[in-house]
Design a protein around this ligand. Structure first.
Ligand SMILES: Nc1ncnc2c1ncn2[C@@H]1O[C@H](COP(=O)(O)OP(=O)(O)OP(=O)(O)O)[C@@H](O)[C@H]1O
Ligand SMILES: [Mg+2]
Length: 303
């Protein structure tokens, strides 16, 4: 079973069709970069996965359950994510757990039990702050943090809920180049945990879809690139998936060798972003099967 299954999803805003028969499966542990021309419907697709704006047609399943409203199986971090200004980094990260597991009556009647639970939540928060490289700043308030630090807290806050899928919508878009690179490396470190889990026959913990308009970033942080585009010639309006291929996997401690993805970047620009490039878009779509190291070519629909 895939963590995410999008089956025949279409979406229209009034008469305007934005998404057209989108099919996508994402297996546990994949990090998918979602790219496409501005306004093609990437955020619309994420909102359908999140459950805040269900699609007008088709179904979205997360962990085998149909998504009809937001739930804790799906986490999201936006470009400008707001933290609770009156809470420290670790309190911000622990907040979702506290809300989820303690009700106000519980706190009144089980004061000592609640204190113990709160301590556990804060310790868990520390673990996630370590994963995003922010443990040293755990007692700082958001107003004392840089933009990059705040995004790390936001990501830890989402990860601590152990979502089946984490959605990142241009998460590093507001950051300067150097900070952005540090956060990309942070994602590669999380991916290494997936690789380790897989080698030990455990379920990889992080399944991610990251929307980015930076193609270098898309190819660097992901193991699979999906292109959503309105530029296709199957005769219908609205964007669909016109590109779906594995991306090169980088290790955080190896030099970033850009030459490894020059060709793929060119291919993406033509296949996804060019309004005039004529193609049979299936040519660039390779579905990826879970638990297989190699992608498999499939001409049929998702099965
Ligand atoms: N609530 C809405 N009502 C009407 N039209 C909308 C609404 N939200 C988005 N749209 C339109 O739907 C299309 C897709 O928008 P969406 O935000 O999903 O695109 P996007 O791919 O995320 O774009 P960007 O790369 O600029 O973030 C756009 O043309 C947009 O104007
Ligand atoms: Mg968007």
């Amino acid at each position: 079973m895939s963590n995410l299954e999008i089956v025949d999803v279409s979406h229209a805003y009034g008469p305007k069709k934005v998404l057209n028969h989108v099919n996508l499966r994402v297996g546990a542990g994949q990090v998918v970069a979602l790219v496409g021309p501005s306004g093609c419907g990437k955020s619309t697709l994420l909102r359908a996965i999140l459950g805040t704006h269900p699609s007008t047609e088709g179904t979205v399943m997360v962990g085998g359950q149909e998504v009809i409203r937001p739930n804790r199986d799906v986490g999201i971090v936006y470009q400008h994510y707001s933290l609770y200004e009156f809470l420290t980094a670790r309190e911000n990260v622990a907040f979702g757990l506290m809300l989820d597991q303690t009700s106000t009556p519980y706190r009144w009647f089980m004061y000592f039990g609640w204190r113990k639970l709160r301590k556990q939540h804060l310790e868990q928060a520390d673990e996630f702050l370590k994963k995003v490289g922010l443990y040293a700043a755990r007692d700082q308030y958001p107003s004392q943090m840089s933009g990059g630090m705040r995004q790390r807290v936001a990501i830890a806050q989402a990860l601590i809920m152990e979502p089946k899928i984490l959605l990142l919508d241009e998460p590093f878009g507001a950051l300067d180049e150097a900070t952005r690179e540090e956060l990309q490396l942070m994602l590669l470190r999380l991916y290494e945990e997936n690789v380790r889990a897989r080698s030990e026959n455990r379920t990889p913990p992080y399944t991610v879809i990251i929307v980015t308009h930076e193609l270098n970033e898309a190819l660097f942080v992901s193991d699979r690139v999906v292109g959503l585009s309105q530029y296709h010639n199957d005769g219908e309006n609205g964007a669909t998936i016109v590109y779906d291929r594995p991306a090169p996997v980088f290790k955080p401690d190896e030099p970033k060798d850009l030459s490894r993805f020059v060709e793929q970047k060119e291919e993406l620009i033509r296949a996804v972003f060019s309004p005039t490039f004529q193609k049979d878009h299936r040519q660039f779509v390779t579905f990826w099967q879970e638990n297989k190291k190699q992608p498999v070519e499939e001409t049929s629909e998702v099965n």
